[in-house]
Design a protein around this ligand. Structure first.
Ligand code: ADP
Length: 393
């Protein structure tokens, strides 16, 4: 099973995307619909609301009087918090029940309008954001849904902005164009990513590649790393995750892989959240329990995880805080960030390794290896002279 968090601003096209995903076979859990269901007449939810806010929030027919309730909670943060404390757990329970009923190989899409506002991104293996420019959303809400323009604008203003949504997005679906273009993008997402992601996640089978391709530096790498790190940290009880490796060095061409380092007290402790990491998209690489030592030397134990997502390569290294491997990853990154000449030398080496190995990973690593001997001494020298200490960075 793969759980996908689907979000976007009001009028962006979430429901349209959700419908298309359901057509392709997804199981939809619609949090707006559940929020209505849990306060329908006769429910415990509605009884709790009447107890908390009085019978004035009920209509003569015993239904929830939404405008009356809205006027009670409007501008009253405490009242809103009390309302949320009633409704949110009920919605969560219903969502969990629906997800539990879904087939083991389902792609479950959870449509959550306030996913970003609620900081829920890290709970999902994948977050899909539907984006439409705010002015176009106003036009659609007014023209197609008959919403008064002032309402549309005030609702948009009350929600997260585009930057916050972009930071949470693994997939950014631009719905500024024609509906057919959106359908095409959703189909490509389903066929090219979600189906394989679900299958790999269920089988705990990380994506593997045997070739190395150097890519131009991508300004999105740090934001990708931050999003993935938050997801990993949430699955690992809030432990620290650092962005390491070449994609953590600004301006450096690199293999398009986000390397992350999760720091643990002991590798035994890491075994305790192996499943939680796999559930959120990062299954263990069963045949790798140490890094290729760079510089060559004693094997440095670690627990390696990859990703089940064919759309974003990730290497997750779990290492003990204070261990040589943990320290070296942070040092090497910080040294390359600080020293342009070494960075250039490293890049020249990478280009040579790429050309001579034809991108074949084992040969590539073999060509690189001797350089690391001297580089590690120089990095250590730099650490002493600059007073470097390890930090997340
Ligand atoms: P949301 O669920 O994010 O609030 P909807 O999917 O309901 O948004 O879309 C808002 C409105 O815009 C709907 O009336 C929908 O039919 C319409 N719509 C969605 N995508 C497009 C598009 N690409 N072009 C024109 N109208 C669209």
């Amino acid at each position: 099973m793969l759980r996908v968090g689907l979000t976007g601003g009001i009028g962006s096209g979430k429901s349209t995307v959700a419908r298309r995903l359901v057509d392709r076979g997804a199981v939809l859990v619609d949090s707006d619909a559940l929020a209505r269901e849990v306060v329908a007449p006769g429910t415990d939810g509605l009884a709790e609301i009447a107890t908390a806010f009085g019978d004035g929030v009920l209509t003569a027919d015993g239904e929830l009087d939404r405008p009356a309730l809205a006027s009670v909670v409007f501008g009253d943060a405490d009242a809103r918090a009390r309302l949320n404390a009633i409704v949110h757990p009920l919605v969560r329970r219903r969502s969990d029940a629906l997800i539990a009923q879904a087939p083991a190989d389902a792609i479950v899409v959870q449509d959550i309008p306030l996913l970003v506002e609620g900081g829920m991104g890290p709970m999902f293996p994948l977050v899909v954001v539907v984006h439409t420019d705010a002015e176009e959303r106003v036009r659609r809400l007014v023209g197609q849904r008959g919403m008064p323009e002032a309402d549309a604008r005030s609702r948009i203003a009350a929600q997260a902005d585009d930057d916050a949504r972009r930071a949470a997005a693994d997939v950014w679906l631009d719905n500024s164009g024609a509906p057919e273009a959106l359908d095409g993008a959703v189909d490509a997402l389903w066929d090219g990513r979600l189906v394989e992601f679900e299958s790999r996640l269920r089988r705990r089978d990380p994506v593997r590649t045997a070739t190395v391709v150097l890519a131009d530096p991508d300004p999105a790498w740090p934001a990708d790393a931050a999003r993935l790190a938050a997801r990993i940290s949430a699955a690992a009880g809030g432990r620290e995750v650092a962005h390491i490796g070449s994609t953590a060095v600004p301006g450096l061409p690199a293999e398009d892989v986000i390397d992350l380092q999760l720091a643990v007290g002991s590798l035994d402790e890491a075994a305790g959240f192996r499943d939680a990491l796999a559930d959120v998209g990062f299954p263990r690489c069963p045949d790798v329990d140490h890094d290729d030592p760079k510089p060559p030397g004693p094997v440095r134990p670690e627990q390696c995880h990859g990703t089940a997502d064919p759309g974003r390569r990730v290497h997750l290294h779990i290492r003990e805080t204070g261990s040589p491997g943990w320290r070296y990853a942070l040092l090497f990154r910080d040294w390359l960030r600080a020293d342009p000449a070494s960075r250039e030398e490293y890049l020249v080496l990478q280009r040579r390794a790429q050309a001579e190995s034809g991108g074949e990973a084992e040969r590539y690593v073999g060509i690189e290896a001797p350089w690391f001997d001297g580089a590690s001494d120089r990095a250590e020298g730099w650490a002493v002279s600059s007073g470097w200490t390890p930090s997340l960075g």
